[in-house]
Design a protein around this ligand. Structure first.
Ligand code: IYR
Length: 224
């Protein structure tokens, strides 16, 4: 099949890092990421827009299926919009906790102390509402598929969380369910589906997090 389009290829020369330095850096990043925790109590301390822009740009460097970059980050700072999102999310959560989630699910969540109150949706200075774009519109209005959309957007969110953490901010990956209200409140086009809601900011000074532990290496890896 003839190649219809090709990017020009260019040399890629990442800086050569000596092996002991590779060792040190890999351990250092692990130790840094191991300090990251999901936080549910946010202070209202503002975060400048320029910082959120850098986090989104970091997220946008993630790999994606056919380089389609099938993500959209809606950065919400507006107080009345945050309130509307909180009200709608809490409405869904009340339904979910009362009727939609199984007894086993509620039992799994109980030790983490989550409930239907989502004050963080109003107190955090920024809400990043992440959408996955299942397809694109061509200029003539027809549709063009994206590929591995959830995997791609999941990777981008991972980059975002790592970037926020190393910058000194905290975040929460929150998933009210169902999330259709987000597309409606933010007036998103129909090729975009809500993926995650991520409050970002600073924690209140006395916030507590559950004392959970990471699985050790031998439980998360097999070596061949
Ligand atoms: N979305 C609900 C419930 C919830 C579900 C899981 I899985 C969690 O890890 C945490 C919460 C809520 O946000 O409360």
């Amino acid at each position: 099949m003839p190649l219809r389009f090709s990017y020009p290829f260019r040399p890629y020369c990442p800086p050569l890092v000596p092996e002991e330095e590779v060792e040190r850096r890999s351990l250092q990043l692990y130790e840094q990421l191991n300090e990251r925790r999901s936080v549910r109590e946010f202070s209202s301390r503002p975060v400048p827009r320029s910082i959120i822009e850098s986090l989104i740009k970091a997220a946008g460097t993630a790999p994606s299926g056919a380089n389609k970059q099938p993500w959209m980050f809606c950065a919400v700072q507006n107080l009345s919009l945050k309130k509307q999102i909180r009200v709608a999310a809490e409405q869904e959560e009340i339904e979910s906790y009362a009727h939609r989630m199984s007894a086993e699910w509620l039992e799994d969540l109980a030790p983490l102390g989550t409930d239907t109150h989502k004050e963080f949706l109003e107190t955090a200075p920024w809400l990043l509402v992440v959408f996955r774009r299942v397809y694109e519109f061509r200029p003539d209005g027809s549709q063009h598929n994206n590929y591995y959309v959830s995997e791609s957007v999941g990777l981008a969110v991972g980059f975002l969380l790592a970037a926020a953490h190393q910058a000194g901010l905290v975040a929460l990956t929150h998933k009210p369910s169902p999330m259709n209200f987000l597309a409606r409140l933010l007036n998103r086009p129909k090729n975009e589906r809500p993926f995650l809601l991520i409050p970002i900011g600073y924690p209140v000074s006395d916030t507590l997090v559950p004392d959970i532990h990471r699985k050790p290496l031998d439980e998360i890896s097999v070596w061949y």
